[in-house]
Ligand binder design. Structure first.
Ligand code: TYD
Length: 213
């Protein structure tokens, strides 16, 4: 079976988690082996880097380098081996989050992010080298004000969740820009609907692309 790499994106509070779990079940029900993972994280080393990125103050370049270091380890240890075995890899965030959060939110140079992306995501396959990208990226698009209302009082916020609503507007602009640059890969979902309606849209995206029966 052919491996699929599917990433999920959106600002904090956009509500991706339950749908990722639902999709894992849907793929398993169809006999697929699912690797469920997240960024930053997914390996012992990358989870340590995650704790630093989410909790410690640092400049935007340090943050970008740490998330890409975590990504390199994650790709080599988890994502590439899983794809080689034909698994469905469901990844809660990937590089679009770096362009959105470090690029859009924190204003870091996206040209430099693109250089890091190419370096870190170049993988050797049987037919040569290529820059690994998700086959599909599901973007849960929710207005920043509504995400803030949903998050309010639910848990102790991490460094990013504690940011003001303007930060998340810039993050959203970052995602929009990435979608313009990769329209074939991106599927934007209106996350400002009931959970059931969002779920039907998520299913439709994967069914239309032939990934899910
Ligand atoms: P998130 O995926 O929302 O996990 P949880 O549901 O446990 O809060 O948290 C990850 C945070 O890390 C989120 O605020 C976005 C941020 N992030 C970056 O800033 N850059 C990145 O490259 C990635 C992958 C995540």
């Amino acid at each position: 079976m052919q491996g699929y790499f599917i990433s999920f994106e959106g600002i904090d509070g956009a509500g991706k988690s339950t749908h990722i779990d639902g999709l894992a079940k849907a793929f398993r029900d169809q006999g697929r082996v699912v690797t469920l993972t997240r960024e930053p994280g997914g390996t012992t080393l990358a989870e340590k880097l995650r704790a630093m990125v989410l909790n410690d103050p640092m400049d935007a370049m340090t943050e970008a380098l740490l998330v890409f270091a975590a990504r390199r380890d994650h790709l080599r240890q988890v994502i590439e081996p899983a794809l080689a075995k034909g698994h469905v890899v469901l990844c809660d965030r990937f590089t679009d989050a770096t362009f959105a959060y470090q690029g859009g939110g924190r204003g870091f140079d996206t040209g430099l992010l693109a250089v890091l992306e190419r370096m870190v995501q170049t993988v050797s396959l049987e037919d040569g080298e290529r820059v690994r990208q998700p086959d599909v990226t599901v973007w849960f698009d929710l207005p920043a004000e509504i995400a803030a209302q949903r998050l309010a009082g639910t848990r102790v916020p991490d460094k990013f969740e504690a940011q003001p609503v303007e930060f998340f507007r810039r993050v959203t602009d970052g995602y929009r820009q990435r979608m313009l640059e990769g329209p074939a890969r991106f599927a934007r979902i209106d996350a400002n609907q009931t959970r059931e309606a969002v779920w039907l849209d998520v299913l439709a995206v994967l069914q239309t692309r032939g990934l899910l029966a």
